[in-house]
Design a protein around this ligand. Structure first.
Ligand SMILES: [Zn+2]
Length: 143
């Protein structure tokens, strides 16, 4: 057997043991860590930098050129963070979910409807099993 496989197996077992150990220690309830948290933090810090930048610019502490260059940098970074956020959302299936159109199969299985009482049946019946009225062929049968 390949020694690296054995090593891998040992490492894997050790890892699981370690995780179990942690699990059964009295740890405080693990807080659900939002996958967006670090992104939110980065976003917040970029906004803060932009504010500072504007502030300094208004105080004439920097040249137009510096101001514009720095602002562009920050905006690029912000765009990057927003992109990353979208990616995470997609990965988590939080992106705009496209709802499936009402399935045709479901509509088709809504089969044979009694014109009298509205009862539905899987099979075509001559007479309604609910109210006994005759069920015409065209009632509810869409073909
Ligand atoms: Zn009926």
């Amino acid at each position: 057997m390949d020694p690296s496989l054995i090593l891998g197996a040992l490492l894997g077992a050790g890892m699981i043991g370690f995780l179990l150990l942690i699990r059964y220690k009295d740890l405080p309830q693990p807080k659900p860590v939002s996958p967006f948290r670090h992104l939110d933090e980065r976003k917040a810090s970029i906004y803060e930098n932009l504010r500072d930048l504007q502030f300094e610019y208004r105080l004439d502490k920097m040249s137009d050129e510096d101001y514009r260059a720095t602002k562009l940098e920050l905006q690029k970074e912000l765009a990057h963070v927003l992109e990353e956020t979208d990616r995470v959302k997609e990965r988590l299936g939080l992106a705009t979910v496209v709802k499936p159109a009402p399935s045709k199969a479901a509509a088709a299985s809504a089969k044979y409807t009694c014109p009298g009482c509205g009862a539905t049946f899987d099979k075509a019946l001559k007479f309604c099993g609910e109210c006994g009225k005759p069920m015409s062929a065209r009632s509810g049968v869409s073909q």
